[in-house]
Design a protein around this ligand. Structure first.
Ligand code: PNS
Length: 159
C-alpha cells in the first residue's frame, strides 16, 4: 500500500493507538496520522498539543507523518491523495459506529475505503476517555499511555 491515513481525536494518544500506528506503518509506504481539529468537541489537549505528543512518540518511525485536519475526513484524504483510511477495532461495541463511519465516508467519496486492524489483546479495553478519568482522580496511567504523555496529563488536571 502506498499511503494511508490513521485518523482520530487522540486526546491523548494511548498505547492502543501507538500499537495501531506501528502495525499500520509496516503495511504502507507512508502513514499519515490525522488529528481531528473540529470545534464541536472540546478536547482536553489543544490540537497542537495532541500533534506534538504524537510527533514525539512516533519520532522513531520514519514513514509516519503527523498532521491535523478540520472538516471532513474524506476531504482531507482527497487533499493528501490518499485512498485508504485505517481504523482500529477493539471490541464488538466499536463495530456499529465504525461500520456507519466507514460506509458514510465511502458514500461521500467512493475513492476512499476503510481498513480495520483489530487491536492487540492487551489494549482491547483501552480508551482515551477512561485514561482521562483515571488521571483526573490521580490514578496510575503509566500502563495506558506513552511515557511523554503521563506528566502532561497530570499537569492538565493537577497543575
Ligand atoms: O478517535 P475518534 O474520536 O474515534 O475519531 C473519530 C474521527 C476523527 C475519525 C471522526 O470523528 C472523523 O473523521 N471526523 C471528521 C468529520 C467527518 O468526516 N465525519 C464523518 C462523516 S459524518
Amino acid at each position: 500500500m502506498k499511503s494511508a491515513i490513521y485518523p482520530g481525536s487522540f486526546d491523548p494518544v494511548t498505547l492502543g493507538h501507538l500499537d495501531i500506528i506501528k502495525r499500520s506503518a509496516t503495511l504502507c509506504d507512508e502513514l499519515i496520522v490525522g488529528v481531528l481539529n473540529n470545534s464541536t468537541k472540546t478536547p482536553l489537549f489543544s490540537v497542537d498539543e495532541r500533534v506534538n505528543m504524537l510527533k514525539e512518540v512516533t519520532k522513531d518511525i520514519p514513514n509516519v507523518k503527523v498532521m491535523s485536519f478540520s472538516g471532513l475526513l474524506v476531504d482531507f484524504a482527497r487533499q493528501q491523495n490518499v485512498q485508504v483510511i485505517i481504523r482500529g477495532l477493539r471490541a464488538v461495541t466499536d463495530f456499529e459506529y465504525e461500520l456507519a463511519l466507514s460506509q458514510t465516508n465511502h458514500a461521500i467519496n467512493s475513492d476512499v475505503d476503510t481498513l480495520f486492524l483489530t487491536t492487540s489483546i492487551e489494549f482491547s479495553y483501552l480508551s482515551s476517555s477512561m485514561v482521562k478519568e483515571i488521571a483526573m482522580y490521580g490514578g496510575d496511567i503509566s500502563k495506558f499511555v506513552p511515557t511523554p504523555v503521563i506528566d502532561r496529563m497530570y499537569a492538565k488536571y493537577h497543575g
